[in-house]
Design a protein around this ligand. Structure first.
Ligand SMILES: [Zn+2]
Length: 380
């Protein structure tokens, strides 16, 4: 049995965490030996005691865990670092008409399709069926375009991650990413995990961004990639594998947007920007996009700020390798949807009109079209 280690924030407490955490505490993070039979208990502890989903990263050696615990990319220095891509907002001629193509019924249809699969657990046949379904759906959106492709990224477990790409016309080596996790989990019974909010709602928004960008006939200057990550619920494993592979292959991801839970109206505003483990300049840029495109009218988006308090979703997979990442969430973290990770995480608890989920798709469209094509960036 291969040795495994986990890293989590030092403020994680609770009986099991305290027992695990005795190994080492390095600065803001703690390291513990991990054994797979502890997985369910660990997940329950994070979920019940800390209201956390995921909440730790998994490593194959103690040395790798130590590197993660001391990762400089989590420092304020890096999180405040200006974006490498200059971000003037100047694609109104394409963004404004593209926003009109967002279809709430389409978003709801994707959520229903995924929740009705029963479970998308990362190491199950059904989890892989969800990956194949999404691959087919995404491939359909781009039929006939030679600059479009959909691939599956394989992992050591059953469920693949799915990646759709639109090749950049001028700077194909510079990649803009939008993604969310495809897997779901039920803390008591793996056979029923509909995961409508967590995270069919995020995948539905990512899918809608892809569908609209292609339906509009948009030709990006940089490469656009749309990612459905496997195995987020068990320690950000799918997204970390992809981010590490991209780093190893020297692929240049210029920015990454994470959509995880977009449908539950737990707080007054449409969305809340997570402020920890994210690039602050990228988060500020997203707020500027809302100021430009969603100030009022049918596409209006209201927003606030929130903190996860830990490595709570796949944006951290990008942050930890030095890629600027941002994460708009459906509510204040304190008002999160209490039905997630149960058999009751169903569409009926969410905005059934799809209006709220569409806010996230619209921001995704603005982000992908502006960052991939900003004139200022091309003049560099
Ligand atoms: Zn999630």
């Amino acid at each position: 049995m291969q040795e495994q280690w986990i890293v989590f924030d030092n403020d994680a407490t609770g009986s099991l965490i305290t027992a695990l955490a005795t190994d080492a505490r390095l600065g803001a993070r703690a390291i513990a030996r991990f054994s797979p039979e502890l997985e369910t208990a660990l997940h329950e502890t994070f979920h019940y005691e800390k209201h956390r989903c995921g909440g730790y990263t998994l490593h194959l050696s103690r040395a790798a865990a130590e590197v993660e615990a001391a990762n400089p990319f989590y420092s304020d220095n890096y999180l405040n670092r200006p974006l490498a891509v200059p971000c003037r907002i100047d694609q109104q001629a394409d963004v404004v008409p593209a926003l009109e193509l967002v279809d709430t019924e389409h978003i709801i249809g994707t959520i229903e399709c995924l929740q009705d699969m029963g479970t998308r657990y990362y190491d199950s046949d059904a989890g892989q069926d969800a990956a194949l379904e999404l691959e087919a759906r995404w491939s359909d959106y781009g039929i006939g375009r030679s600059d479009f492709s959909v691939t599956r990224f394989e992992h050591p477990w059953k469920q693949d991650s799915v990646i759709a790409s639109i090749k950049g016309a001028a700077l194909p080596g510079e990649i803009v990413v939008i993604g969310g996790h495809l897997d779901s989990i039920n803390k008591c019974n793996q056979s029923v995990a509909p995961g409508a909010d967590d995270n069919a709602s995020g995948i539905a928004a990512v899918s809608e961004v892809l569908r609209v960008v292609l339906a509009y006939g948009f030709r990006p200057q940089r490469t656009l990639q749309f990612m459905a990550y496997a195995a987020e619920e068990v320690g950000l494993r799918g997204s970390c594998a992809i981010a590490e592979e991209y780093k190893r292959a020297a692929k240049n991801v210029v920015a990454a947007l994470q959509l995880d839970m977009t449908g539950f109206s737990g707080s007054p505003h449409d969305m809340y920007f997570v402020n920890d483990y994210v690039s602050r300049p990228l988060t500020d840029f997203l707020k500027k996009l809302i100021g430009e495109y969603n100030r009022q009218g049918p596409h209006e988006i209201t927003f606030g700020d929130t903190d996860c308090g830990y490595a709570c979703s796949d944006h951290v997979a990008w942050t930890r390798v030095g890629v600027p990442a941002a994460f708009p969430f459906e509510a204040l973290f304190s008002d999160y949807n209490k039905e997630i990770h149960t058999a009751r995480d169903l569409l009926r608890k969410l905005d059934k009109t799809g209006t709220k989920q569409a806010c996230f798709a619209k921001l995704g469209i603005e982000f992908m079209m502006e960052i991939s094509t900003s004139r200022t960036a091309m003049e560099r």
